[in-house]
Write a protein that binds this ligand. Structure first.
Ligand SMILES: *Cc1c(COP(=O)(O)O)cnc(C)c1O
Length: 421
């Protein structure tokens, strides 16, 4: 396989192709095939972009129909039939049943666009500049979003200072038994803490890139109350944890809170098409016409598949119960693998929610050895966390039990190899 051609032509900035140096060609559901026909099970799924699997047949059918009838593909921010269908379906199946009265902004095709829009709107609404974000948080790599992203790898390459945000300790950052919100609450109320009163906090309920760190419901609820009491907007970044990944459509549903703004992208189109949205409390929508624009605001093909994905999977609670059930399978198997690693003198543990699961092996090299071994056995799986120390399962939510167990078996075989048993 001529992978050297890619090395010749493609920038050194590439990442995932380094972990999986082969040439992929086709994909269906939870499976990928290379140009020479080698089959892989996909536990990466576009970093949580393919919750409904690759080339989901139901969504593909709607997409082909729409293309065949010359449905509008690009329309700037025109009102289109596809957009109407998406908005109506979203309102009926997702927002209304959850008591959420949001307006929608389609800011541009990627997650970081939605984060930029959220931050900018929060500043405009409050007249304040500071955004509180959290240790290990990841919110994208454009300038405003990057300022709220913790990882120095990204921050150090901006070329100008990353300004406009201050970092607070996420739930669990100080270890067991410390409620990091004690510090945050105190700093907010102390005129000498050095904290500029923030416009908003931006938080992931489960930190995807940061290592599958999971905020407890109690912590989130308390953070939410702290914000409410102090006129600070609460932005939930549900770009990776949304669309059912944690076992509910929105990750914050578990905590019973209603964020002021929500960002969504990755699996929103359901088909891997670029699509992002910002949802905002109705009264926060003080944008003037055209104040935030972009050529690709709402990709109609993505809206066609997004609407169909909502109809297919979110008309009742069957799908979310399935995600929770499969999540338990992964949890149990990760706990067993952690135990194997610990028996061999490592320091491993499992964590996560729904089908957003991590096996923390406390060592980036060890995690790499495990994922490389898994790839040799036919499993695509990545690491996350500050040192890449967390093996991360983001398999399609639609994965069959058979494929899920086969993938977990490959991962376990790799863990066994690493511990020499
Ligand atoms: C991926 C991600 C983003 C950025 O989305 P892009 O489409 O890569 O710009 C922002 N926030 C979270 C939580 C993400 O996982």
């Amino acid at each position: 396989m001529d992978t050297q051609f890619f090395e010749h032509i493609e920038s050194e900035v590439r990442t995932y192709s380094r972990s999986f140096p082969t040439i992929f060609d086709r994909a269906q559901g939870a499976k990928l095939w290379t140009t020479d026909g080698t089959e892989y099970i996909d536990f990466l799924a576009g970093a949580g972009t393919l919750n409904y699997g690759h080339n989901n047949p139901n969504l593909k059918g709607k997409l082909l129909e729409y293309i065949e009838r010359d449905g509008i593909v690009h329309g700037l921010d025109f009102w289109t039939d596809a957009k109407q269908d998406f908005y109506r379906t979203l309102e009926q199946l997702i927002l209304e049943p959850r008591g959420l009265d949001y307006k929608i902004q389609l800011p541009g095709p990627t997650g970081t666009n939605a984060v930029e829009a959220a931050i900018r709107l929060a500043r405009k609404v409050t007249g304040r500049h500071n955004i509180l974000s959290f240790t290990n948080g990841f919110h994208g790599v454009t300038m405003g979003a990057l300022a709220t992203t913790g990882n120095a790898k990204f921050r150090n390459n901006l070329g100008v200072p990353a300004v406009g945000a201050q970092f607070m300790p996420y739930d669990g950052y100080m270890g067991e038994g410390v409620d990091t919100l004690d510090y945050i609450e105190k700093a907010l109320d102390d005129g000498s803490s050095g904290l500029d009163h923030p416009a908003a906090v931006i938080v992931e309920v489960v930190q995807g890139e940061g290592g599958i760190n999971t905020a407890s419901d109690a912590w989130l609820k308390r953070l939410y109350d702290i914000c409410k009491q102090r006129d600070i907007l609460f932005i939930a970044d549900d770009i990776q944890a949304g669309c059912g990944r944690t076992g509910k459509f929105f990750s914050f549903e578990h905590a019973g809170i209603k964020p002021d703004m929500v960002t969504n992208s990755k699996s929103l189109s359901g088909y891997g098409l670029p699509f992002a949205m910002l949802m905002m409390r109705r009264d926060l929508d003080i944008w003037q016409p055209g104040q935030y624009n972009g050529t690709f605001r709402g990709h109609n093909l993505a809206m066609v598949t997004a609407a169909e994905a909502l109809r297919q999977y979110w008309s009742d609670d069957k799908f979310e119960r399935e995600v929770q059930r499969k999540g338990e399978i992964v949890r149990e198997r990760f706990a067993q693998m952690a135990e194997m690693l610990n028996q061999a003198g490592h320091n491993a543990s499992e964590r996560g929610r729904g089908l957003m699961r991590g096996l923390d092996v406390d060592n980036g090299d060890l995690a790499d050895r495990i994922t490389h071994g898994a790839f040799e056995r036919g499993l695509v799986i990545e690491t996350s966390g500050q040192a890449g120390e967390v093996v991360k399962c983001l398999c399609p939510l639609t994965i069959t039990d058979e494929e899920l167990n086969a993938g977990l078996d490959m991962l376990e075989a790799s863990v066994r190899e690493v511990v020499g048993s």
